[in-house]
Design a protein around this ligand. Structure first.
Ligand code: AMP
Length: 196
């Protein structure tokens, strides 16, 4: 089994995850981290909650951010407010020793103004539920023209919740050179369609 260092994770992230008590990579992390740190590729992974998938996509995503840029470079889409907050929390803990990384969760059921102000201050990573993100896009409150990585987390759950059209609309608003990472507990036909 490899260590996080052997998988290519950089020092500031290693320090943060060591403090969180992550000693060994979990299988999905060992599997996908080297790919995501290497060539820019698209990836589909079958992974349930609790398998360590957030760090599997989160660590490479953070490591590949350009610290100079103030526009969103990475977008993580997920089905619920709870998951959105949890992913943003995890990414914030991982990036504790990286300078100037701003991760913003945006989700519905809460006033949009504070989210708009936070976006204006500059964030590199947006973690969003699809409905609220579309709302923000419609108000020109978020620019996705600099996004190079899109993660669909719990993609099957997003489809179950009726977000298929919203996802299509969001993906249509992102440069076509973006890389897509799709995590799903199951692989129904609609998921293969999005992947295709
Ligand atoms: P997730 O599937 O991303 O929700 O992660 C499940 C749980 O495992 C979370 O509480 C993570 O903090 C934890 N975790 C992720 N990777 C590791 C690791 N390599 N070692 C120990 N715990 C981990």
């Amino acid at each position: 089994m490899k260590t996080f260092e052997e998988l290519g994770i950089a020092a500031p992230l290693l320090k943060a995850i060591a403090e969180l008590g992550y000693e060994q990579p979990m299988p999905v992390q060992e599997e996908v981290i080297p790919y995501l740190l290497g060539e820019d590729i698209d990836l589909i992974a079958l992974a349930q909650t609790g398998t360590g998938k957030t760090a599997a996509f989160g660590l490479p995503l953070l490591q590949k951010l350009n610290p100079e840029g103030g526009m969103p470079q990475a977008l993580v889409l997920c089905p619920t407010r709870e998951l959105c907050l949890q992913i943003a929390d995890d990414l914030n803990s991982y990036s504790k020793y990286m300078n100037d990384v701003h991760v913003l969760p945006v989700y519905g059921g809460t006033p949009i103004d504070a989210q708009i102000r936070a976006l204006r201050r500059g964030v590199q990573v947006v973690v969003a539920t699809p409905g609220r993100l579309l709302d923000l896009m419609g108000r020109n409150a978020v620019s996705l023209s600099g996004v190079h990585t899109v993660v669909l987390d719990e993609a099957d759950e997003m489809l179950n919740m009726g977000f298929a059209e919203a996802l299509e609309e969001i993906l249509a608003g992102i440069p076509s050179e973006r890389h897509l990472l799709l995590f799903s507990a199951t692989m129904p036909r609609e998921i293969s369609k999005i992947a295709a």
